[in-house]
Design a protein around this ligand. Structure first.
Ligand SMILES: *Cc1c(COP(=O)(O)O)cnc(C)c1O
Length: 240
């Protein structure tokens, strides 16, 4: 087994254990393998091991990797980094989901562009006939000045802006909590995202919660994550 395959199995075991501990069905938690700053050779290893969802932060890197991996027909790219409005168009050609919508303007731009760029069937997150692009609202629950994401109070307006776009599907909420040494320190921030979900329509409106990284996946899964975004624990540490 390749190292990446071994790491994937370890991460999956961590997710499953955390889910069971919280009385959740582990299959509710989907793993997005974050391959930023790592070569596509490792993406291929993960794909060989059965991984299908991959996350990238930077538009140029996402586009280059999508091209290099174009033969991996079931691979789904998740855009998990800050998205500038002038970069929307190329991202729509390759992304199966966008986790980082944090303004009404971005929602409108995405909606307009997504009308012109239908997603290939194999790239869809869900089986079925829904042709809308799933997008999540990134919320800066920690209120950190240097982080992207909207303020919690902006969630209702951005949600409405997404719902007004016939080409977008409001899929859920995403967050990156402030870093804490002890992973359990992230738990209150994950709980805050869950609270926001409940305040604004619950899981019927916001089906997905994208939260949890290598360091804090357990508290995220225990709080209710449906997507965890894991990089280092699968592909190894990145250079700073
Ligand atoms: C880099 C990154 C991840 C993965 O982080 P790891 O600590 O490597 O697991 C997840 N989400 C976002 C938004 C990231 O930028």
């Amino acid at each position: 087994m390749s190292l990446v395959a071994e790491n994937l199995a370890l991460v999956r075991a961590r997710i499953d254990a955390a889910a069971r501990e919280a009385g959740r069905d582990p299959s509710e938690v989907r793993l997005v393998a974050v391959s930023k700053k790592k070569p596509t050779a490792l993406v291929r290893e993960a794909y060989e091991a059965g991984q299908r969802d991959f996350g990238e932060n930077y538009v140029q890197e996402l586009l280059a990797k999508a091209e290099e991996c174009a033969d991996l027909s079931e691979l789904r790219w998740h855009m998990i980094g800050h998205l500038q409005r002038n970069k929307v168009k190329p991202v729509l050609r390759v992304a199966a989901a966008i986790h980082t919508v944090d303004s009404m303007k971005l929602a409108r731009d995405l909606g307009k562009r997504a009308m012109e760029t239908p997603m290939p069937v194999v790239r869809r997150l869900e089986a079925g006939t829904d042709q809308r692009l799933p997008v999540l609202i990134e919320v800066n629950v920690g209120g950190e000045a240097q982080k992207s994401g909207c303020e919690p109070s902006a969630v209702p307006d951005i949600a409405q802006a997404i719902e007004a776009q016939g080409s977008l599907q409001l899929a859920g909420l995403m967050t990156v909590p402030p870093h804490t040494e002890d992973p359990s320190g992230a738990r209150p921030f994950f709980d805050r995202l869950v609270e926001l979900q409940h305040e604004h329509g619950g899981s019927a409106r916001f089906g997905e919660l994208s939260m949890g990284m290598s360091h804090d996946l357990e508290p995220a899964v225990q709080a209710g994550a449906t997507f965890v975004r894991i990089g280092a624990a699968i592909f190894g540490a990145r250079e700073a």
